[in-house]
Design a protein around this ligand. Structure first.
Ligand code: G6Q
Length: 549
């Protein structure tokens, strides 16, 4: 399979979209009182309500036909069984093995990787317990109070997002900090807030060759050695998470303090590995393992549920439905859960780095739209900012709402207010407000004549704007694991249908390559003419400003 647009189901979906072009969800809800039962699904503790989409039972049949024709089941099997589906890097894709809670072996090149995984988890358990109960102390004998994760991209976004999401589970007296940006402001600010005697740095880098991470790690190391007046202090204050033992050693971190992971774990899929060490330190190993168990529950559902009852598959197919058939090219993620504030940013990398691809498996240009532009912010904040465009703008913006039934802080009626806003938004987006409803409201408010007619067009909401709602009992470690795995598999399914490689990221390379030459020009006191006119202009403008300081 190479060009999904040539599949019979793709062609049938095109025709079906035309038939549905003037159908409204309002009418569909009216015609079918059982629409919620028909188009909702429970799996691994999550409830997905996808009834507020522009679909009929026929749409679902055609969409699952598409998955079948793209040989999705076979692809799922290939991923879970360690086939080298990351074909441009010749790597297996086995983040699912990291959270494999069964006693089934998982093979890479004929070797069962589960014993190694269990051994690193056991070391993480031992280490996190020692730090949390105060057995592991800093160089001067004080307890660790601050964990600083230095990493970027996949070695940052997962730890940041999961730590924040699970902050109600943090151990009292421990704080987490995350440094990713090469902008020196971030490391400077962080160091100014912590005490070298009580800080533990985790240098998280799969390659241990990422300049941003190594530069920040060096600054932290020098700061610590200077403050504690001892090179040997590094041993109690620095640990590494990496696949690259040699580079960890070369950096000056004792490899006894290194937590290993493997090249078959993609950066953006690595929070389940030792990259999650900062999370495990903050919430404890039992809770970290509960997160793994949640993801495993979703893995089992994904592998066993029929396509039409498979949550990641349904979400992936709905994404393709809008992205490729309705010209709706973005996906909003709107958690009504403040603890998920970084979830949209996390999904942005997961989805856009995975499916932001333009050639198929055989290197031919795709003939459809691939990965959507993912963005979002928590509600209700977003309602007071950008929802206007989703309600009344010219674009269709499919949105996922996420909410917990049970709050972390049951204060008065506030959670009911939050949930009522969440449900009201998806209802409003679905039904809109017709001209006659808007007119009736204006009449009710006492308007008439030209004043009413002038205001009327502005008061109409087109509605028919699709949303999913994901509901869960409470945002605990298990639920978070389930949610992340759900989206990982959603992204995978879309990649299979588009026939692209969701597991490489060559697109980040070009900028990196060019940055070296630009850095040289910036450091040279002379003006540059070595680049294109714009780049020269920007470099030289910086030099002028520096000179005038
Ligand atoms: C993720 C990407 C990328 C990567 C960072 C950090 O899938 O590969 O975001 O995680 O570039 O890489 P290192 O972990 O090697 O420092």
């Amino acid at each position: 399979m190479s060009d999904c647009t040539q599949l019979p189901a793709w062609k049938a979906l095109k025709a079906h979209k035309k038939q549905l072009a003037s159908t409204t969800m309002r009418a569909l809800f009216k015609a079918d009182p059982k629409r919620f039962e028909r188009f909702s699904l429970n799996a691994a503790g999550l409830l997905l309500d996808y009834s507020k989409n522009i679909i009929t039972p026929d749409s679902l049949t055609l969409l699952t036909d598409l998955a079948r024709e793209a040989k999705l089941k076979r692809a799922i099997k290939a991923m879970f069984s360690g086939e080298k589906i990351n074909f441009t890097e010749q790597r297996a894709v086995l983040h699912t093995a990291l959270r494999n809670r069964s006693d089934q072996p998982v093979y890479v090149d004929g070797v069962d990787v589960m014993p190694e995984i269990h051994s690193v988890l056991a070391r993480m358990g031992k280490f996190t317990r020692a730090v949390r109960n105060g057995k592991w102390r800093g160089h001067t004998g004080k307890r660790i109070t601050d964990i600083v994760n230095i990493g970027i991209g996949g070695s940052d976004l997962g730890p940041v997002m999961a730590s924040l999401a699970l902050s109600p589970y943090w151990q009292k007296g421990l704080n987490a900090h995350f440094v990713s940006n090469v902008d020196p402001s971030q490391i400077s600010d962080t160091l100014s807030r912590i005490d070298p005697e009580t800080s533990l740095f985790i240098i998280a880098s799969k390659s241990f060759g990422t300049p941003e991470t190594l530069l920040n790690a060096k600054i932290a190391r020098n700061w610590l050695v200077k403050a504690l007046k001892s090179e040997s202090a590094v041993a109690q204050h620095f640990v590494a998470v990496s696949t690259n033992t040699e580079k960890v050693r070369a950096f000056g971190i004792d490899t006894a303090n290194m937590f290993e992971f493997w090249d078959w774990v993609g950066g953006r899929y690595s929070v389940w590995s030792a990259v999650g060490l900062s999370v495990a330190l903050m919430i404890g190993m039992d809770n970290f393992e509960a997160m793994l168990a949640g993801a495993h529950a979703m893995d089992e559902h994904f592998q066993s549920a029929p396509l039409a009852k498979n949550m990641p598959v349904i979400m992936a197919l709905l994404g393709i439905w809008y992205n490729d058939f309705w010209d709706a090219h973005t996906q909003a993620i709107l958690p009504y859960d403040q603890y998920l504030a970084r979830f949209p940013a996390y999904l942005q990398q997961l989805d856009m780095e995975s499916n932001g691809k333009r050639v198929t498996h055989v290197g031919k240009p795709v003939r459809c739209n691939t990965g959507a532009v993912v963005w979002g912010e928590p509600g209700t904040n977003g309602q007071h900012a950008f929802y206007q465009l989703i309600h009344q703008g010219t674009r269709m913006v499919p949105a996922d709402f996420l909410a917990a039934a049970v709050p972390q802080h049951p204060i008065a009626q506030q959670h009911a207010v939050l949930l009522s806003n969440c449900f009201a938004q998806s209802k409003a987006l679905m039904q809109g407000k017709t001209r006659s409803e808007a007119r009736a409201e204006l009449v009710q408010a006492g308007l008439k004549g030209s004043e009413l007619e002038a205001l009327l067009p502005h008061k109409i909401f087109p509605g028919n704007r699709p949303t999913n709602t994901l509901l869960y009992r409470k945002l605990d470690p298990h639920t978070l694991g389930t949610l992340i795995a759900l989206y990982e598999h959603k992204v995978f399914v879309q990649g299979v249908i588009w026939d692209i490689n969701s597991f490489d990221q060559w697109g980040v390379e070009l900028g990196k390559q060019l940055a070296g030459g630009i850095e040289t020009a910036l450091l040279d006191p002379q003006p540059t003419s070595a680049h294109d006119a714009s780049t020269n202009g920007l470099i030289n403008a910086c030099k002028n400003w520096e000179d005038s300081q």
